[in-house]
Design a protein around this ligand. Structure first.
Ligand SMILES: NC(=O)c1ccc[n+]([C@@H]2O[C@H](COP(=O)([O-])OP(=O)(O)OC[C@H]3O[C@@H](n4cnc5c(N)ncnc54)[C@H](O)[C@@H]3O)[C@@H](O)[C@H]2O)c1
Ligand SMILES: O=c1ccn([C@@H]2O[C@H](COP(=O)(O)OP(=O)(O)O[C@H]3O[C@H](CO)[C@@H](O)[C@H](O)[C@H]3O)[C@@H](O)[C@H]2O)c(=O)[nH]1
Length: 444
């Protein structure tokens, strides 16, 4: 089977590389020519642990190719995965322009039997619409079936997830096409769930909406913990031991970011709204998250009154550790507020600095290490729980900063340890430690 993967972003490139790794012949196609040139040289355009090595291995073994040529991508393909972006439109609904462009290009070049697998996250009904679109535009001799195969990988552990995912969902109205796609995936050794197309599309949105709900729920509980003097870490552990609740996705913090939860929750609210159904619960989840992303900033305003002229370090910029992705990162949300308040901001991230520069430009100072970022600062905000940031000792904050005040958005450190140092340490859902000399008396 000749497989083409269209779109070489976080999902497409990882899918292409992993399909090659389990033995398939794969061509990855992208309209972005410079990106294709990079990949042809064995360089991944995204940071994803293990991806570069696996990519180069499969290129060397002759199973993985890259092209920016549509005819080469689609002309001979038996299976075509669409993994292009489906970003958010202004009204919150999903922008399907790239999926439609890919479908039209496929219609132009395919001249035989082929299966188009939609991996991009698309609103319910899109697969059917793309199937109709292809049928209207395809060559007479082409026989093309569309299958839905939503992706559940997480950035930062994408390769691991491809080989250890909980399930593979295949939504098809054509049983023969469903069997072909199931056979392609068999070597991954992951349970396969067969559904109709619309249920597969809905599973993807429902899964992300549920996970986002868990996060907003635990963040609300954390905010109440602060008020009643309980500790969110203990509370999350205590409820997570109930197997009906489970221990995952109960980490309180400054909310969910990334390219998926924010856009997919809004798209589902919009999808329901278009059908005259108001998704009250998910609207609340989104509202809670918007507040939570600003929580550190709100706490800093409460403590200092004005932040004008304050020297602030931000540690961690990516929306989660082990990725260079800063799409919808909480860090950017509060950095924009800090800048509007005329704070002087210095940032550091182990991997995401280049991507941050493209957005923040010269409005902030870029440090080459966490220690450098902390030098001479009055306030430190922690936005991402990178291992490197979790490993920083409180002694470093004390050594580098002036009367350190740390706002930790990811509960990276032990509050008992914080008590041993002359600093103020404010985290999420836990009692504040207020010990920096300048803060004494300002907060109990
Ligand atoms: N990022 C994730 O963790 C993740 C996980 C599961 C599902 N998804 C979904 O998968 C889809 C892709 O997400 P992503 O994060 O990989 O996107 P991305 O923005 O990282 O990459 C998309 C790629 O598609 C290319 N592209 C756009 N139009 C094209 C066309 N007509 N032909 C060929 N290439 C084209 C772009 O140049 C880009 O390289 C989205 O629908 C997303 O919601 C993403
Ligand atoms: O307990 C938790 C878990 C996550 N997060 C935050 O939630 C966001 C998303 O994290 P995660 O889900 O690990 O990363 P993604 O790569 O965005 O993956 C999600 O979105 C993908 C795109 O749809 C799906 O494929 C995955 O299954 C789904 O987990 C990040 O900002 C995390 O900091 C928390 O605040 N608390």
């Amino acid at each position: 089977m000749k497989i083409t993967v269209t779109g070489t972003g976080y999902v497409g490139l990882v899918t292409g590389v992993c399909l090659a790794e389990i033995g398939h012949d794969v061509i990855c196609y992208d309209i972005d020519e410079p990106k294709v040139q990079m990949m042809k040289q064995g360089i991944s355009p995204i940071y994803e642990p293990g991806l570069d090595e696996l990519m180069r291995k499969n290129m060397e073994q002759g199973r993985l190719f890259f092209t920016a040529d549509e005819e080469m991508a689609y002309g001979q393909a038996d299976i075509i995965y669409i993994a292009v972006g489906t970003p958010e439109k202004e009204d919150g609904s999903a922008d399907l322009t790239y999926v439609e462009e890919a479908a039209l290009a496929i219609s132009r070049y395919v001249r035989k039997r082929a299966i188009v697998v939609i991996k991009s996250t698309v609103p319910v009904g899109t697969n059917d619409r793309i199937q109709r679109m292809i049928h209207e535009h395809k060559a007479a001799e082409a026989d093309i079936t569309v299958v839905s195969n939503p992706e559940f990988l997480r950035e930062g552990s994408a390769i691991y997830d491809m080989f250890h995912g909980d399930r593979i969902v295949i939504g098809a109205n054509d049983p023969e096409a469903a069997t072909v796609i199931a056979d392609i995936n068999k070597p991954f050794g992951i349970p396969i769930i067969h559904t109709d197309i619309r249920s597969a599309e809905m599973i993807k949105y429902a899964a992300n909406a549920f996970l986002a709900t868990k996060i907003s729920f635990i963040n609300e509980i954390a905010n109440i913990c602060e008020k009643v003097g309980a500790n969110i870490d203990d509370v999350a552990y205590g409820i997570g031991q109930d197997h009906r609740i489970g221990p995952h996705f109960l980490k309180a913090g400054i909310g969910y970011g990334g390219s998926c939860f924010p856009k997919d929750t809004k798209a589902l609210v919009q999808l329901a709204g278009n059908l005259q159904y108001q998704f009250d619960l998910l609207e609340a989840v989104i509202h809670v998250n918007n507040k939570q992303q600003l929580l550190l900033y709100t706490k800093a305003k409460e403590l200092f009154g004005s932040l004008a002229g304050k020297k602030v370090a931000v540690l961690g910029l990516s929306f989660k550790p082990n990725t260079d992705d800063i799409r919808e990162a909480a860090s950017l949300v509060f950095i924009h507020r800090l800048l509007a308040d005329q704070a002087q901001v210095t940032v550091y991230d182990p991997i995401a600095m280049e991507k941050a520069k493209a957005i923040l430009g010269d409005q902030v100072v870029y440090a080459s290490s966490a220690a450098e970022a902390l030098c001479g600062q009055e306030i430190a905000f922690i936005a991402t729980e990178w291992e490197e940031i979790k490993a920083l000792p409180f002694s470093l904050y004390v050594e580098k900063m002036k009367d350190p005040v740390i706002f930790d958005g990811r509960n990276c450190y032990d509050i008992k340890e914080a008590e041993r140092f002359p600093l103020t340490y404010i985290s999420i859902g836990r009692r504040p430690i207020v010990q920096a000399p300048s803060m004494e008396g300002s907060r109990g």
